[in-house]
Design a binder for this molecule. Structure first.
Ligand code: SF4
Length: 303
């Protein structure tokens, strides 16, 4: 019998359109104007997930519901074909996975990301994907075909290689090393890839040794770029993350309460972290970020 607290409910819906425009004026400057999410909610269940509040728009809670009630846009590929076929569409880059992981477990059942990529390939439409899942290599062939006719970026989110922190904070994701191995396979086939070193968690993953391990491993596994971002806690995430933190890492509760009175950690702290990662990028010969790929922070602002 599945555990009723964690059993996943798939709610199948049909959508008229699947490509969403980032609303002007409601977001910080982002390197893309269009997003696509075949699923809403995410079985990866990361404790810090920036997208949790988006589930509230659907009438669900941002905690357990976000992890276990996955809305599936079953006609996403057909809707995408219609969207890309509209006369005014100018083949701008579309960012996939800004409110969910497009390779979460639901993809094994529905293959919507795969079928959307095939449509993108047919229209030679540029794409940027962000994922924590090695399942992306199932789409190696179509990604390779698409990259021959349009710009393709695959961003792998890897905040730490520490098993204990990974397991507690990203309980239903694949091991970070598995993600890196998948990245290497893509890079070996000529697909441009990079690592989102995010979110960096104060007191947990911000130590120089952790940062260097991730950047060094990114380099070893074919990344062209590394982007870093410190944890931010918007409403909808904070209410779920802070109780987790108090239970899992009580010694950090006071520090986080002080740091996260608002959404962001203090600027002096984030600057220090950015500088540290910048030094590592220089040491390992990596770019800062791709000009067209979304960053974790930017993604969160673009939903
Ligand atoms: S993989 Fe991404 S979208 Fe999914 S829960 Fe984790 S942070 Fe959120």
């Amino acid at each position: 019998m599945p555990d009723p607290r964690t059993a996943v409910v798939f709610e199948e819906i049909e959508c008229k359109s699947i490509v969403n425009r980032v609303t002007p004026g409601t977001v910080r400057q982002v390197p893309f104007r269009w997003t696509l999410n075949p699923y809403r909610g995410c079985q990866h269940a990361c404790t810090y997930c920036f997208a949790r509040s988006t589930h509230e728009f659907l009438g669900y809670d941002a905690g357990r519901d976000f992890d276990t009630r996955v809305v599936v846009k079953v006609n996403a590929p057909e809707a995408l074909r219609r969207d890309l076929g509209r006369p005014g569409w100018t083949r701008e880059l579309i960012a996939i996975g800004t409110a969910c992981d497009p390779y979460q477990q639901a993809e094994l059942k529905y293959s919507l990301t795969n079928r959307c990529l095939r449509v993108m390939r047919d229209f030679a439409n540029p794409v940027s994907i962000t994922t924590k899942s090695p399942h992306v290599i199932r789409d190696l062939d179509v990604l390779e075909e698409l990259s021959r006719v349009a710009e393709v970026r695959v961003n792998f989110s890897v905040a730490t290689l520490d098993d204990e922190v990974w397991h507690r904070t990203e309980p239903s994701t694949a091991r970070p090393r598995k993600r890196l191995e998948a990245m290497q396979k893509l890079a070996e086939r000529g697909i441009r890839t990079g690592v989102m070193l995010a979110p960096i968690l104060p007191g947990l993953t911000d130590d120089p040794a952790n940062l260097e391990r991730v950047v060094e491993a990114a380099r070893e596994h074919g990344a062209s770029y590394v982007h870093d971002n410190v944890l931010f806690l918007r409403p909808g995430t904070k209410e779920w993350f802070m109780p987790f933190l108090r239970e899992a890492y009580p010694h950090l509760a006071e520090r986080y309460a002080k740091y996260y009175r608002g959404w962001y950690a203090p600027q002096s702290y984030t600057q220090q972290v950015h500088q540290q990662v910048e030094r590592l990028r220089m040491k390992y010969g990596l770019l800062r970020a791709e000009p067209v790929g979304p960053t974790a922070g930017q993604l969160a602002m673009a939903m």
